[in-house]
Ligand binder design. Structure first.
Ligand code: ATP
Length: 324
């Protein structure tokens, strides 16, 4: 391996910078040239590569976002875009590519390495959604849920002071893991996620039970992709059936993406960045590095793409029991 390139792709996630730093420093340690691609696959098409030194990645471990920028590239999905990206890598002598992103980004990496076997690719799970098979946690998830927990704790203070019922919408179009974990940590009265059917009558029962035992405020966490709709829609339907509390809606939105990564995300990002480079140097290709039960794992990119993490039934039951 002569020259490795690293890019961040898809939605940004806290810890991506810590991961870039680990990739760069591990490559340099092994006397390998390392370049950063600016702007994900779009940057690859526009030949926006910059050689990185150890100093270039100093003072970034604590920063959210990604110094390499990220993008969604429609052009890269075309044959012409893929070919241009490959030509640019080839001209620069790049023979290994590290892609930090989610399942879409891995599909892009797989497409490149499948068509052009002289470029080896390794994926690192970097997404706040934690929806990838092959790793217990994705980089950014821990920070995102801690941001949600802090926000919901603040909201509960005002909910209790004013006897209000809050519907708090969190990110998760297809996956409810942010909602579920943060909801448990915040003691939410109910957690609505896309993976399970939402029964409004059951939700109303929970609220009535709380009201009858003089609960002064309630917080319902709603993943944005819940089958009953987003927080505004659910609040509207519930209000028609139960209107004892004053109802409010809070959409947490993009605050969940930014911010300084937690210790857990920084360490995970550093570990996986290191593993990605050493895997490339060992000749591994078309895999994602992850961590399961504390151990580093390697799974084919095609598996990381196809499988979603499953919701643990016991966790669902615990969440329900805790709202009694
Ligand atoms: P997040 O989980 O944060 O959304 P992601 O990596 O899943 O991250 P996507 O927008 O799905 O984000 O994908 C990122 C980019 O990967 C796309 O903009 C596109 O350039 C590339 N990509 C996605 N799917 C393919 C594909 N089938 N073939 C080639 N490239 C793809």
């Amino acid at each position: 391996m002569q020259h490795i390139a690293v890019l961040t792709s898809g939605g940004d996630a806290p810890g991506m910078n810590a991961c870039i730093r680990a990739v760069v420093r591990t490559a340099i340690y092994h006397n390998c040239k390392i370049s950063g691609v600016i702007g994900g696959y779009e940057g690859l098409i526009h030949n926006e590569l910059k050689e990185l030194s150890s100093a270039d990645v100093g003072n970034i471990i604590q920063r959210g976002g990604t110094i390499l920028k990220t993008a969604r590239s429609l052009r890269y999905k075309t044959e012409e875009g893929l070919d241009t990206a490959y030509q640019n890598l080839k001209t620069r002598g790049v023979d290994g590519l590290v892609v930090i992103g989610g399942d879409g980004s891995f599909r892009g990496a797989e497409a490149l390495a499948k068509k052009y076997p002289d470029i080896k690719v390794i994926g690192i799970p970097g997404t706040i959604d934690n929806d990838l098979f092959g790793t217990d946690f994705t980089i950014g998830y821990d920070t995102a849920i801690n941001t949600v927990v802090q926000a919901v704790d603040n909201i509960r203070d005002t909910a209790i002071s004013h006897n209000r019922l809050f519907f708090v919408e969190v990110m998760g179009r297809d996956a409810g893991l942010i909602a579920l974990r943060s909801g448990i940590a915040c003691g939410a009265e109910a957690i609505l996620i896309p993976e399970t059917t939402t029964y409004i009558d059951k939700l109303v029962e929970v609220l009535e039970r709380g009201w009858s035992r003089k609960k002064t405020g309630c917080v319902i966490i709603v993943a944005e992709g819940d089958d009953a709709g987003g927080a505004y829609k659910v609040a509207e339907i519930v209000k028609q059936k139960f209107d004892k509390y004053e109802t409010k809606v809070a959409i947490l939105g993009h605050i969940q993406r930014g911010g300084s990564p937690t210790c857990m995300d920084r360490v995970l990002a550093t570990r996986l960045g290191y593993e990605a480079v050493t895997s490339l140097l060992e000749g591994k290709n078309r895999i994602m590095v992850g961590q399961v039960s504390g151990k580093v794992t390697h799974i084919p990119l095609t598996k990381a793409v196809k499988h979603n993490s499953e919701i643990n039934e016991t966790i669902l039951q615990i969440a329900e029991i805790m709202s009694l």
